[in-house]
Design a protein around this ligand. Structure first.
Ligand code: ADP
Ligand code: MG
Length: 483
């Protein structure tokens, strides 16, 4: 059952009970008013009859007494008028046939509390007036009797019932009409005022239930529903907050887990990198220990030992370089010779991979205030990544030029390769320390993260634009105004 229907039924029932009670009270009081009116009429008739009869009775004119009773008896509302003796025997009546009958106890007034006699079966009210003995009566009656009898007048109560039921009908009609009107009013009120707001509330609740934490109840009033909406909104805001915190923590944990995984990979790489030369060196040492050979062989083994130590030393230097994020030692730096030197260092690799190089440097590049050794490290890392992305050959383009941005003048170096590109799922992680997609021993995952740190220390930025299967553009921007 809907709330609306329940409200209509509830209020309807209350209205119905109230109207019914009101109708009962109204009909009651109406009835007693009509009854008192009938009794009054009976008293009036009795008074009139008393006066008329008194004289005829004093004179002993029994014919006249009967005639008066018959005359009054013709009055429409009169049920009967009679004279009875103290024992209830009818002496005279407007209806002569009942003369001589003795009245039953119910038909007589109670002695202690003389009052009207109600006869609800016949719908009459009767009153009894005592006929007292007096000096004029002693002609016919003994003076010993104080009360000679009673004058009884009974009046019909015809109007009461039909009047009452007419009232009932109109009251019930009014009740039904007001019930229908109240129902319609409540329904309209509910739909227009409350229903729409409750609908909005439940709509918002189901949106939140479906996970939309941006949903809010419109706040347009300060009543109970308004307050409910406000606390609901506050609750949703807190919920959204808690969820955001949870998501942040989850992302943090994921990042930490990934870093740990990369760290494991890197450690494996370093172990490999150190273990390989050690195996060769152990061989050399064993051979040398077996005794002196000819000089040429000896120096060959010693040279192999030197190479092995050199390789290990290099690996350890790499590691130290990463661990020690040194402060840049800034001097006036010209990028043109720096970039040329980097490419010269990589000449061997490019030739081996059949990679063609295109170098397009803007003439008269302004000098930068920067640490040339650190910048060399940055460009070497980026260039090596580009080369490693093109194992089957391709084109490496290096461009440099001035660039004006909102934040000032910049020098941009752009390294473009025609390699495999970076898959979207890897892109957010390439600057993470130890993130590498290269096989163990080949990549340390430190190149870009170290480069990023250096460029940030120069107040610059690194951007990566890549398309899988087409290639990658890495842009380094360095501020010209000192950084
Ligand atoms: P490493 O080169 O040791 O793997 P880097 O930090 O230099 O570590 O690079 C991280 C990862 O970013 C690489 O493993 C590679 O997957 C990706 N990457 C970087 N530059 C390029 C590029 N030019 N083309 C394709 N992938 C690249
Ligand atoms: Mg690299």
């Amino acid at each position: 059952m809907t709330l609306r229907l329940r409200m209509i039924l509830g209020i309807g029932t209350i209205l119905f009970v109230v109207i019914l009670a009101y109708a009962l009270i109204a009909v009651r009081s109406q009835t007693s008013y009509l009854q008192s009116l009938a009794r009054h009429e009976a008293e009036l008739i009795a008074t009139v009859a008393e006066r008329a009869l008194a004289r005829a009775m004093e004179r002993g004119e029994t014919e006249t007494v009967q005639a008066i009773l018959t005359r009054i008896g013709q009055y429409a509302v009169l049920a009967g008028i009679r004279i009875v003796d103290p024992d209830g025997k009818i002496l005279r009546s407007n209806r002569p046939e009942e003369i001589g009958r003795v009245l039953s106890a119910e038909e007589m007034p109670r002695r202690l509390m003389p009052g009207p006699v109600w006869d609800h079966r016949e719908q009459t009210v009767g009153i009894f007036r005592p006929v007292l003995n007096g000096p004029s009566c002693t002609g016919c009656h003994s003076p010993a009797q104080s009360t000679l009898g009673f004058l009884s007048v009974r009046v019909l109560l015809p109007a009461i019932h039909s009047e009452g039921s007419r009232q009932w009908v109109s009251l019930m009609l009014a009740a039904v009409a007001s019930l229908v009107a109240a129902g319609a009013l409540i329904a309209a009120f509910f739909t227009l005022v409350i229903g729409r707001r409750i609908d909005a509330l439940s709509h918002t609740i189901s949106r939140v239930e479906a996970g939309d934490f941006a949903a809010r109840v419109p706040q347009d009033s300060s009543d109970e529903l308004g307050r409910l909406g406000r606390s609901f909104n506050a609750m949703v805001a807190r919920l959204a907050d808690a969820r955001r915190q949870l998501e942040d923590r989850h992302a943090d944990e994921m990042r930490r887990a990934q870093t740990l995984a990369s760290l494991g990979q890197m450690v494996a790489g370093i172990a490999h990198e150190i273990n390989n030369p050690i195996a060769g060196m152990q061989n050399c040492v064993r051979t040398l220990l077996r005794g002196p050979r000819d000089e040429a062989q000896r120096s060959q083994y010693l040279e192999m030992l030197r190479e092995g130590l050199e390789r290990i030393g290099q690996t350890v230097r790499h590691l130290l370089n990463f661990a020690r994020e040194s402060k840049p030692q800034k001097v006036e730096t010209d990028l043109t010779p720096l970039l040329t030197r980097c490419l010269t260092l990589l000449e061997h690799d490019t030739a081996e991979r059949r990679i063609s190089i295109s170098l397009r440097l803007e003439p008269d590049l302004p000098r930068l205030w920067a640490d040339p050794h650190q910048l060399e490290q940055v460009f070497l890392n980026i260039l090596m990544n580009a080369l490693e992305a093109m194992p089957g050959g391709g084109t490496l383009t290096v461009e440099a030029g001035r660039w004006r941005r909102e934040t000032g003048q910049f020098l941009e170096v752009r390294v473009t390769d025609t390699g495999g590109g970076i898959p979207p799922q890897d892109l957010p992680r390439i600057f993470d320390p130890f993130f590498t997609t290269k096989e163990v021993g080949k990549g340390t995952g430190l190149g870009l993260s170290v480069s990023y740190g250096i460029v940030r220390a120069h107040a610059g930025s690194i951007d990566v634009d890549t398309k899988v299967g087409r290639g990658t553009v890495v842009t380094v921007a360095l501020p010209l105004n000192g950084g």
